[in-house]
Design a binder for this molecule. Structure first.
Ligand SMILES: [Zn+2]
Length: 215
């Protein structure tokens, strides 16, 4: 595929990258991925809603948005990997290495500016996964937050692992860059234990201690 270059001679313009699908009311990239275009004020406004003491419904809605987004993304990735490896290979997503699949899923999100992740699956036998995220878009727009702000990411990570494991996992952020930490850290795993992590965080248990308790 080639793109005509715009005035700077280097990058394609948004109108060259994005295909409006008027019949279905959607915007898609050339590979069929559905996208949304948001105004620049979106994230600052979102951060205000997320940090309200009474904003549980906002935080939950944003988490669910991330969760559903990841499920749709994983369906698309599953088709893409099947096409790449070929039907003759008789290999579906669930027969592939979980880290390979999840890193493939996150790579385009990283390239799109959603941040760089490190995925730690060393506690998979206990159904825990840990994500360290640098350059969270949400945290970058949430200076002065009073609690972790990256509910969208927590939902994304929970959705992706839930899809792969075919059992619902929860995720919670137990360290956030919006509170001055160098990175955001999340745990993904069984609901009751992950919900307990949130109570530890509220009791101000240190992130490294939370990690240790789950090892
Ligand atoms: Zn964060």
């Amino acid at each position: 595929m080639s793109f005509r270059s715009n005035s700077d001679g280097l990058r394609p313009t948004p109108s060259e990258l994005i295909r409006p699908m008027l019949a279905e009311g959607a915007l898609r990239l050339a590979d069929g991925q559905r996208i949304a275009v948001l105004p620049g004020a979106f994230f600052p406004q979102l951060s205000v809603g997320l940090d309200q003491p009474s904003g549980d419904h906002v935080r939950h809605a944003v988490y669910k948005l991330g969760y559903e987004w990841a499920l749709q993304d994983m369906v698309r990735l599953s088709r893409q990997l099947a096409a790449e490896f070929g039907a003759g290979a008789n290999l579906d997503l669930w027969q592939m290495d979980v880290k390979f699949v999840l890193d493939r899923w996150w790579a385009p999100l990283n390239a799109a500016g959603w941040g760089a992740w490190t995925l730690d699956l060393s506690s998979r036998t206990r159904r825990f996964a840990f994500v360290e995220l640098h350059h969270s878009l949400v945290a970058a727009h949430s200076p002065g937050a009073t609690q972790p702000s990256c509910h969208l990411y927590a939902g994304l990570f929970a959705g992706a692992l839930s899809f792969f494991d075919r059992i619902e996992s929860h995720s919670v952020e137990f360290q956030c860059a919006s509170l001055g930490a160098p990175s955001c850290r999340f745990v993904v795993g069984p609901g009751p234990q992950v919900d307990e992590v949130e109570s530890w965080r509220q009791q101000k248990v240190a992130p490294d201690e939370i990690r240790r308790r789950l090892t």
